[in-house]
Design a protein around this ligand. Sequence first.
Ligand code: 0O2
Length: 224
Amino acid sequence: MNDNQALQLLKLLTDEESKKKAKELLQSLRSTMSCYQCALMEVETKFKVLNERFSLDHERNPIDMIKTRIKCAESIREKLQRKGLPLIPSSLEKLDDIAGIRVICSFVDDIYMLSDCLLQQDDIFLINKKDYIKNPKENGYRSLHLIVETPVFLESGKRMMRVEVQLRTIAMEFWASLEHRLRYKKNLSDEVNQLTLKELSECASDAAKLDVKMQKIRDLIESC
Ligand code: 0O2
């Protein structure tokens, strides 16, 4: 075998080896993403059960809508880069919001009731909590954020998975989804930034006032 043949063989072997490694990596990534999907299904079911049970005693549902999402590859890459983490599979464990569930509630007190009920469950472990309702962000953003860990039971055993839960009212969702489309993470000029920040913050506090009013109306009706 001459040098050229040896080189060709080595290239072939290396290619095969890297093909095998790439295949294994892809399989492991697919499996991890499927675990996130399963964890989302588990947490979504918990909220659906709470919604159903609440209606027995109160003749109304506290949940208006549930949205779930798995963070897209581009968003994951962008977040890893922003956090200065290497683009390798083990970095995924450092992100808490690959699986996200948004629970849109009728009233502010439903948010806290649902959050307490979820956190009381013995297969839900609270990792982090950010209360942007009691402490809104400067731009007016309001929501209750929970990072929870829950087991997913697989054919090969149990795997603990993290899920980000965002609870907000219909009014908070209205504000956040429009703000997200208009300016969240956009590079606006300083002038436009300041102006829209003030306007949006006012809209957010109007929405918060609306939430308080609606809750008072509900209390009045329920007390009759
Ligand atoms: P997407 O598209 O919803 O997935 P970081 O995620 O690192 O920027 P941190 O501290 O990890 O910040 O998360 P934090 O503050 O708990 O917020 C995470 C998520 O809350 C965001 O996810 C948004 O969904 C939502 N959020 C937070 N602040 C705002 C805001 O000012 N406006 C709106 N509309 N949404 C907000 P992502 O991954 O940024 O985006």
